[in-house]
Every structure is written in structure tokens, then in C-alpha cells.
Design a protein around this ligand. Structure first.
Ligand SMILES: [Zn+2]
Length: 490
């Protein structure tokens, strides 16, 4: 899917035409360091005609990505949103939705947010809406951004019930049981925690956020202990209200959805938010079972809810709207899944699949399926490896050359390592950023500390990042570029 941001194509064509008509220029130059606003710098020194088209094209991609992300930020404005006469969701307090439901005998919370200080602020707002006592906290799944704020809740209300799935904390346990720790570092790269604020617009499905101690907070995270758990659809009465909790493996194996039958309100956890879902997180994770995720969406659809609260982004209110969005979302995910499986059955390789699998055309422009956070191309790769593992069926790849051996062969073919540098400079001058990064990797396989290659790679990552809508990918590019520059003392 090379059409990373082919959405709003017509609108942007019009915008670009207006720009070109107004200014009569062919180059929109951007500063090296990302700005908080999509400032368009107009350069007066025209490039030669052959250069102009790719430069304009690349800048158009940057413009589109940054404009869409800036527009997105409105999703994360702080607000207590009324869902029904007895239910509210706090958005913009931390990075995930924190909800409250008031019953005859008290109230309960659904998810706890990421940051105890911000969760406390949401709690203070909730306390203005009722005099009744807090009875329980229900946690949709075992991800830090949905439970870390529980500290603030439990400090003030130590004896409340904590409801979650029986296997709550499954993903974290899977990593820690193996002794794996790298996911913390990669998580920080994906989340942009190491980046200066001006390198971040938002996180695609959440505002720009920094944990109080950045990576430390992720390493030392503590998981609250549920006092009550479920492992099958369960109806209980909490604070005098009927609540249904349903196991809904999807983003995680410990996800549960929560349904309020009397008020027709549905809480989906991270199986739904307004973005192409993170079917594969680039920080790394075991296979997220897309088939189960689709089943979970079917179960959400079957409720025919009036209100849908996703794990991130603003709630959707109105039955028709909920059904339309959820069914389109389900259809988009199912289509990518089914196309991938069909291609795999034909013996296509991962790269061939990535080049051919597409969202149905009527869904490609839907804002809630845009790749703000996850990316369909990464989903295709994940589905492939999730079912078949790393081997693509081509025996050439059973014991491939090492990166160093391959680079040495190519350098020799070109007439020496100096030719790799010539190709690198050529790729840079042609704004072939991906190819620049790949050539730089080849050089670094032969000369691991080569500063020119590291600088070229960092520059390429900054360019690739700025042209990408997907915030996790932007963060990963920018963070790695920053690390490379640090290594060469820049
Ligand atoms: Zn989340």
C-alpha cells in the first residue's frame, strides 16, 4: 500500500492547485526540524524541471500527513462528554478514554487512564456529577495506557472492586516470563517519548503525552490486581445497574467489552477507536489474532448500541452512526484479512501481498479507517507471519546471505565500496529516501561506524517520517534518526 495517504485526494489536489496558482512556484520547502504547525516555506529558487515533480510530490505527502494530524488534535481536547443521562466519558485526560456510569447505589469507572495526575483531574470532574460513592473500576484490558492511572483511583478509594478478565496482564506476562525487556525501549520509540515536543503533532489516537519519567515509567509499571474476574460473558449488578462483561480477544487476549443493556452503551476497549487499528504494533508484539478481532467486532455490532465508546478518540453517539461506523470498520479489517489469506493461499510472498492488498475503495477515505495509528501494510505482514511464521516459501531465503556479505557482493559488482557512497549521494539528490536508507544500511553493514551513512540514514528517516500519517511510524523514524545523530555527535 504505497498510497499511504491517498485520502482526500481531490480536496488536496485542489489545495495544491490553489497553492501553485497563487504562488506560481514548484517547490515547497520544509525546514529540517518539524514545526508544531504545518508551516509552508515557499522557496524562490526554482529547481530544474526534472527535479520538480518528485519534490512537489514528496512535499504534498508531508503537507497532507501533517494537515490531517493537526486536524485530528481536536479529537483530544479535554472534555467530559455526556453519553446518556447516567454515563460520561472523559477524553483528553491522559491518552485513553476514562468513563463513569452512575447507578442507583453509586457509580463505577471504566478504565483508569495512563497518568495518575490526569486521572485524578478526571475523577474530580466526575465527583461534581454525583454525590454517590465509587463502587468499582472495570478495566477493559491490560495495557498501561488504560490502567496506570488506577493508582490515583485506588489511593482515594482503596476498597473498591476491580473487574477485569481472568487472564488480565496476559501480554505483559508473556514478555516478562521470557525475560524479554526490549519491548520497553521499542515502546518508547513508537510512542515518541524520547522526542522533543516539536517533533510530535499528536499520537494519532491520542494527544502528545510524556510519562512522568519517560521510559522508566514503562519499565517499572505495576499492574493493579483485579479483585473480580470473568472468563465468559457475565452479567452482574454494579452500583444497582446491570452490567454485561464479555471476553473480546482482539488487540489483546485479555480484552473485555462492557455493555450497559438499560442504556444501550457499549465500551469496546481498544478493539475500536477512530483509526485503522493497530493490528500490529511496531514496538513488537506476539500475533494479534485478527480473526478473533473481527469476531469481537461482530459481537459489538450485534448489540446495536446507541453509544460506542472506544479505548481512544471521542465516543460515537447515535445508533445509526454507531452501526455504520462499526460495520465499515469491521468490513475494512475483514477485507484486508481475507485478501491476505487468499493471496497466501496462492503462494504470494509478503512483499507481493503488501503490493496488492487494498482497503475497499469506498472505505479508503473514511477518517476512522485512516492509518493514524496502525497501518494496513503492517497488518498484512503480521497476518502472514502470524499464520506461517518467517519463512516465505522461497528456499533462497532459508539461509540468506548476511547483510554484510550481500553488501560486499554489491560493492564488488559496482566496482568497490566507493561506488556505494556514490549511489548513496545520488539517491539523496533524487529524494529517494527509502533507497537512501537501504543504501546506508549496506554501507553500515561494511563500515558500522561510518558517519556519512549514519547521517544520510537519519536525514532519510526524518523525510520518511514527515511524509507518513501513522504517528507510531513517524515517532519510530524520528526517534531513530535522533539516536543516529547522537551517535555521530550531532
Ligand atoms: Zn490503548
Amino acid at each position: 500500500m504505497h498510497n499511504r495517504i491517498r485520502h482526500n485526494r481531490i480536496k488536496h489536489r485542489i489545495i495544491i492547485v490553489i497553492f501553485f496558482t497563487l504562488f506560481g512556484i514548484i517547490e515547497l520547502a520544509y525546514p529540517q526540524r518539524a514545526q508544531a504547525d504545518p508551516v509552508v516555506h515557499v522557496a524562490s529558487d526554482k529547481q530544474g524541471a526534472p527535479q520538480a515533480e518528485p519534490v512537489a510530490q514528496a512535499d504534498k505527502q508531508v503537507f497532507e500527513a501533517e494537515q490531517l494530524l493537526h486536524r485530528r488534535s481536536a479529537e483530544f481536547n479535554r472534555e467530559i462528554i455526556k453519553l446518556t443521562d447516567n454515563a460520561y466519558t472523559a477524553v483528553g485526560y491522559g491518552v485513553s478514554a476514562i468513563s463513569m456510569v452512575i447507578g442507583p447505589n453509586g457509580y463505577f469507572l471504566i478504565d483508569a487512564g495512563i497518568d495518575p495526575a490526569e486521572t485524578k483531574e478526571a475523577l474530580d470532574e466526575f465527583a461534581k456529577l454525583t454525590d454517590k460513592p465509587l463502587r468499582a473500576l472495570l478495566i477493559t484490558h491490560g495495557h498501561f495506557d488504560h490502567f496506570a492511572g488506577a493508582q490515583a483511583i485506588l489511593a482515594a478509594h482503596p476498597n473498591i472492586d476491580i473487574w477485569a478478565m481472568e487472564n488480565f496482564g496476559h501480554e505483559n506476562k508473556f514478555f516478562t516470563d521470557a525475560g524479554l525487556t526490549i519491548q520497553g525501549k521499542r515502546g518508547a520509540l513508537q510512542s515518541g517519548f524520547l522526542l522533543p515536543r516539536e517533533k510530535r503533532i499528536n499520537n494519532g489516537i491520542a494527544k502528545t503525552y510524556y510519562p512522568p519519567k519517560a521510559t522508566e515509567a514503562w519499565r517499572n509499571r505495576t499492574i493493579p490486581h483485579p479483585t473480580k474476574t470473568i472468563n465468559a460473558p457475565t452479567r452482574v449488578v454494579i452500583a444497582g445497574l446491570t452490567v454485561e462483561m464479555m471476553p473480546s480477544p482482539g488487540e489483546t487476549y485479555d480484552t473485555m467489552s462492557i455493555w450497559l443493556p438499560q442504556k444501550s452503551v457499549l465500551f469496546a476497549g481498544d478493539n475500536f477507536y477512530k483509526s485503522w487499528p493497530n493490528l500490529y504494533p511496531i514496538r513488537g508484539a506476539a500475533y494479534r489474532d485478527v480473526k478473533l478481532w473481527i469476531d469481537a467486532l461482530d459481537a459489538l455490532l450485534a448489540k446495536r448500541a446507541n453509544v460506542l465508546v472506544g479505548g481512544h478518540t471521542r465516543p460515537i453517539i447515535g445508533r445509526r452512526k454507531v452501526q455504520q461506523i462499526l460495520s465499515d470498520y469491521r468490513r475494512g479489517v475483514a477485507s484486508v484479512f481475507e485478501q491476505t489469506i487468499a493471496g497466501m493461499n496462492k503462494g504470494l510472498t509478503v512483499d507481493e501481498l503488501v503490493a496488492t492488498v487494498r482497503l475497499p475503495s469506498d472505505l479508503a477515505d473514511k477518517d476512522f479507517l485512516r492509518p493514524y495509528y496502525g497501518h494496513p501494510e503492517w497488518a498484512v505482514r503480521s497476518i502472514y507471519s502470524g499464520y506461517l511464521g518467517w519463512f516465505d516459501g522461497n528456499p533462497t531465503n532459508l539461509f540468506p546471505l548476511s547483510a554484510k556479505e550481500r553488501a560486499a557482493e554489491i560493492a564488488s559488482m559496482l566496482g568497490g565500496e566507493a561506488q556505494l557512497f556514490a549511489q548513496l549521494r545520488l539517491a539523496q539528490s533524487q529524494n529517494k529516501h527509502q533507497w537512501t536508507a537501504e543504501l546506508a544500511d549496506m554501507i553500515l553493514a561494511l563500515q558500522p561506524k561510518n558517519k556519512q551513512a549514519m547521517r544520510a540514514k537519519a536525514d532519510a528517516y526524518d523525510k520518511l517520517g514527515r511524509a507518513l500519517l501513522t504517528a507510531t511510524g513517524r515517532n519510530f523514524y524520528f526517534s531513530t534518526a535522533q539516536q543516529l545523530r547522537k551517535q555521530i555527535g550531532e
